[in-house]
Design a protein around this ligand. Structure first.
Ligand code: FAD
Length: 450
């Protein structure tokens, strides 16, 4: 063996960087596509390797849906997705839609059920079952996995020439790992996730691998994350949950509207409708730091302001000696009632309610319909469920997810500048884009081998 061949890095057909939802589906899809294409016997099997920095694959999947895995959503159509060019997601979502995804998982043995708002979960209510079934399929397809391996560099290697003839049809890829290993691959799929919840592995390293190759980055921002509000106003209501209408207002313009259960916290607001608005908050604060950003909470959405005003006036006439602290009891949570009275009237809560003027009663009803909090921002990536932004989709082909800049390089999942609403949409994007990237890489490998 010559010195040169002795030092040549190990070579595989396909390396998938990241063993999360997108990466696992990409590897399975590549292996199945290769088999289904009935590749000529002489072309042999496809050598696929998943590199995952965590000690286990699928750690984030285990955390999804509070451990139940909200696998997808019956309403997962392209309109539920965001990014600089959300149309980009259409290719993957049409090719591998919700029904194809459910068939894929049913074939593995996972039975699912639709719940409220189209959310779909495994009937066993266990995210661990999803990871187990994917692991069984990976083993069945003889896909290799190396965990505790962080990819730190990625570069194309130009074909070696024998005279004027290249020995290969295209450049291949060289990957450097944190432990010093070097690996070569004919194709690479980047599925490293975004920057949300870095404790689960996705720390933005995929951006750092792709950017030196010329890939553009749409600034990553936290999304599906709690909101922070000014003046510690929510502290006294911390822990209380209320069904609300929510309106997000920038300057004088409404920029978002949601409804659902809001949780008051020490730092501000949480709950699904709050998470839904967080992307708009992140983007607005990035684009506009001058105009105030406010949220209005309608604490009694099914009542008109006039009806609430009449209820309060009735209570005052019934019991004029009642203390202000008890005036709103029964209409809203007692702690919220106290907050509303203090915030609206700046009055002593021991005062009897008969001292209130009709104008003050009207103001209380108005505050119940429009409790205003100033939004200072979102919590950071450590608390976020997804990343808004990521690798610029303009640099990838939507029908195969291959890089327009570097042939043989593919990307899938949250790493790309696509994010979905709360409720199973983000995993659906990871599954669909992973399936598409894997199938596309296998087709390219077939062409290169023939
Ligand atoms: C707490 C929580 C709950 C959620 N619940 C839901 C839900 O119920 N439904 C839903 O649809 N979505 C949910 N999401 C969002 C969803 O989980 C993600 O959008 C989805 O998992 C993204 O998949 P991905 O494969 O693109 O990235 P990830 O799942 O982040 O996987 C990326 C993988 O790449 C690995 N990696 C990163 N860099 C490297 C590197 N350099 N070398 C090697 N490996 C690397 C990481 O360790 C990780 O395992 C939730 C997210 C969180 C944080």
């Amino acid at each position: 063996m010559t010195e040169t061949t002795a030092r040549r890095p190990r070579r595989v057909d396909l390396i998938v960087v990241g063993g999360g939802a997108a990466g696992l589906l990409a590897a399975i899809s590549a292996a199945r596509t290769w088999q289904e294409q009935a590749a000529p016997p002489q072309s042999g099997s496809l050598n696929i390797l998943i590199l995952e920095k965590n000690d286990k694959i699928g750690r984030k999947i285990l955390a999804t849906g509070n451990g139940r895995c909200n696998l997808t959503n019956a309403l997962a159509v392209p309109a539920a997705y965001h990014g600089d060019d959300p149309r980009f997601c259409r290719g993957a979502l049409h090719r591998y839609d919700v029904s194809a995804t459910l068939d894929f998982f049913l074939d593995l043995g996972l039975v699912c059920r639709e719940e409220e708002d189209g959310r779909i979960y495994p009937v066993c209510q266990q995210a661990a079952a999803v990871v187990d079934l994917l692991t069984h399929e990976i083993e069945r397809l003889h896909i290799s996995i190396q965990t505790q391996q962080t990819v730190t560099s990625l570069a194309p290697v130009e074909p070696v020439f024998l005279g004027s003839q290249p020995l290969e049809k295209a450049p291949h890829w060289r990957l450097g790992l944190a432990d010093g290993q070097i690996l070569d691959a004919t194709c690479v799929i980047l599925a490293t996730g975004g920057q949300a919840s870095p404790n689960l592995g996705s720390d933005g390293s995929g951006y750092r691998l792709a950017q030196p190759l010329g890939h553009r980055l749409v600034e990553p921002l936290p999304a599906l994350v709690q909101l922070t509000t000014a003046g510690r106003k929510t502290v006294s209501m911390s822990g209380i949950r209320v069904e609300c209408g929510l309106t997000l207002v920038l300057g004088n313009q409404e920029i978002g509207r949601e409804s659902g259960e809001v949780l008051f916290t020490d730092y501000g607001l949480s709950g699904i409708p709050v998470l839904q608005l967080s992307r708009t908050v992140s983007v607005s604060l990035q684009e506009n730091s001058v105009e105030p950003l406010r949220i209005w909470l309608d604490l009694l959405p099914e009542w008109t302001e006039a009806a609430i005003e009449a209820r309060i006036a009735h209570r005052i006439s019934q019991n004029p000696a009642l203390h202000l602290s008890d005036l709103l009891t029964g209409l809203v949570h007692r702690k919220i009632g106290g907050f509303i009275v203090r915030e609206t009237l700046h009055a002593n809560l021991d005062q009897p309610v008969r001292t209130l003027s009709p104008r003050q009663v009207k103001s209380l009803a108005r505050t119940i319909k429009q409790l205003e909090l100033t939004v200072t921002g979102t919590r950071d990536f450590s608390q976020a469920q997804v990343t808004a932004g990521g690798l610029d989709c303009r640099d990838f082909l939507p029908d195969c997810l291959e890089s327009r800049l570097k042939p043989g390089l593919f990307a899938a999942g949250e790493l790309l500048d696509i994010d979905g609403d709360c409720g199973g949409f983000n995993l659906q994007w990871a599954w669909s884009s992973g399936l598409l990237a894997g199938a596309s890489a296998a087709r390219l490998l077939t062409r290169l081998r023939s």
